[in-house]
Design a protein around this ligand. Structure first.
Ligand code: C2E
Ligand code: CA
Ligand code: CA
Ligand code: CA
Length: 278
């Protein structure tokens, strides 16, 4: 092994202190963020690949902090996971998302499904199933209008509890999706034994379908496999028209990405709805 003297440590130490100071600061700001109403949901349309018509929307969390500005989820969700703050934040997300879907139903007259991301720590919280039921009940949203997105990584450590929670959610009528499909290095057998409804093909595969034959072959194989298991497929990260033609040819059910729309604040999402959805 490489040996380094004291000086290397001395050089490294101030940096570490800086990093942990920033983390501590983020953590204390995040603790207050809920009561200060600094969180906001953006909504990104998920459309039928064939027609381009709206099917549902994915709720994506944003943190507007006066000092930090707009903080993107990749920057604060890992810390929220570590500290456990993801549980109350995730509860707020579920309630807000279900209520938003009901608002759209009331004002537009059409039912729009809503997809919500669930992180592992939140999923394992003993109150999680109750929180989901509570969000549905207090909003009046029908269970099948809500889809929970769970990453492969969560399923990877397949404990009895994971299977049990998935079963309870499935029995309540809530829909279940595998997010970032293909990135978790997991065996595929879980697809057979767990009650999923949808696979979301990770955007890293979708992005190169027109450039890399391997990616095209993978996406084609995922769509065919999903359909033979009675699962629906959403392609995420669709940015170019050529990709939509590929996905139409391959029979991908739903698409999501900047080509259709970026994630939008609720007011802009409503405007998008009015101009794209009669
Ligand atoms: P994700 O669930 O895979 O969400 C999709 C991400 O891809 C979003 O990033 C979205 O803005 C972005 N995206 C959508 N279309 C395109 C496209 O055409 N091209 C490219 N390059 N990107 C596209 P965002 O909003 O920054 O969210 C990042 C991640 O943070 C999400 O990845 C999800 O894992 C997590 N996240 C977001 N909101 C929540 C939440 O409420 N709870 C939890 N637990 N995690 C969340
Ligand atoms: Ca997602
Ligand atoms: Ca189901
Ligand atoms: Ca994803």
């Amino acid at each position: 092994a490489k040996r380094k003297g004291k000086s290397a440590y001395a050089l490294f130490a101030p940096e570490m202190t800086e990093v942990s100071h920033e983390r501590l600061q983020m953590e204390s700001l995040m603790r207050r963020a809920l009561e200060q109403k600094e969180f906001e949901l953006y909504y990104q349309p998920i459309v039928h690949t064939d027609s381009g018509e709206l099917s549902s929307a994915e709720a994506l969390l944003r943190w507007n902090n006066p000092g930090l500005g707009m903080v993107m989820p990749d920057r604060f969700i890992p810390l929220a996971e570590e500290t456990g703050l993801i549980t109350p934040i995730g509860e707020w997300v579920l309630h807000e998302a279900c209520h938003a879907a009901m608002r759209w139903k009331k004002t537009m007259g059409t039912s729009i499904g809503i997809s919500v991301n669930v992180s592992p720590r939140q999923f394992r919280d003993p109150g999680f199933v109750y929180t989901v039921m509570n969000a549905l009940e207090s909003s009046g949203l029908e269970p099948h209008q809500l889809e929970l997105e769970i990453t492969e990584r969560l399923i990877l450590d397949n404990t009895i509890e994971t299977a049990d929670i998935l079963r309870q959610l499935d029995q309540s009528g809530v829909r279940l999706a595998v997010d970032d499909f293909g990135t978790g290095f997991s065996a595929l057998s879980y697809l057979k034994s767990y009650p999923f409804d949808t696979l979301k093909v990770d955007k890293s595969f979708v992005q190169d379908v027109m450039k890399e034959a391997d990616d095209a072959a993978l996406v084609r194989a995922i769509i065919n496999m999903a359909h033979s298991l009675n699962l629906q497929v959403i392609a995420e990260g669709v940015e170019e028209e050529a990709q939509t033609h590929f996905l139409q040819r391959e029979g991908c059910d739903y698409s999501q990405g900047y080509f259709y729309s970026r994630p939008l604040p609720e007011d802009d999402f409503r405007s998008w709805l009015r101009s794209n959805h009669r």
